[in-house]
Design a protein around this ligand. Structure first.
Ligand code: ZN
Length: 183
């Protein structure tokens, strides 16, 4: 097991079925809530540990894509410890029976002044990101709609300390479809 790769797997009900040996370090630094010892998280529902409705929503959409057989990533994200900025990459791999393997790899770290590394529960009012209600594409710039994972990377959404608020809308393609359905 490489020390800078953290792995966990969830089953089709989003219950945690496996965590790698170095799991606990990762969970601590990522600000996961509650009991995070490996023997305490196995069998638990993943969503009990992920903070913030917006972040949960983005993960849910990613998981849906993985469950139709698509490997996703790498998506850059941040998970800081109190005295380090940590830049990671997220990979999601489909497994048999709708299970998903989630790999987080530390790409680099930087020292910093010690601060509280925990993420805010609420999304940040500094920014809004538009997501298409139908196809889940993300608007990266004035009606430039791209696939969710591409948008997460481009806008570095998982690298921000606070996740921006999502607003739902329709991308131009889905808007066209919706309009023609009405005709
Ligand atoms: Zn759409």
């Amino acid at each position: 097991m490489e020390e800078n790769i953290f792995i966990y797997r969830i089953d089709k009900y989003d219950k945690i079925r496996y965590v790698s040996d170095n799991w606990q370090i990762f969970a601590n630094q990522n600000g996961w809530n509650g009991e995070i010892r490996p023997d305490a998280v196995i069998g638990k529902w993943l969503w009990d540990f992920i903070q913030g409705a917006e972040t949960q929503h983005l993960y849910e959409e990613l998981f849906q894509k993985v469950r139709i057989g698509k490997a996703i990533g790498p998506i850059p994200f941040r998970c800081d410890s109190p005295d380090e900025r940590r830049y990671l990459e997220l990979l999601l791999k489909p497994m048999p029976d709708n299970n998903i393997e989630i790999l987080s790899t530390i790409v680099r770290t930087e020292d910093r002044e010690s601060v509280n590394a925990l993420k805010e529960d609420e999304c940040s009012s500094h920014g809004f990101v538009r997501i298409c209600s139908m196809c889940k594409k993300i608007d990266i710039d004035k009606d430039n709609w791209v696939e969710l994972e591409e948008g997460l990377s481009y806008l570095k959404l998982f690298e921000e300390h606070e996740v921006p608020c999502l607003t739902h809308g329709l991308c131009s393609a889905c808007y066209e479809v919706a309009m023609s359905d009405l005709d």
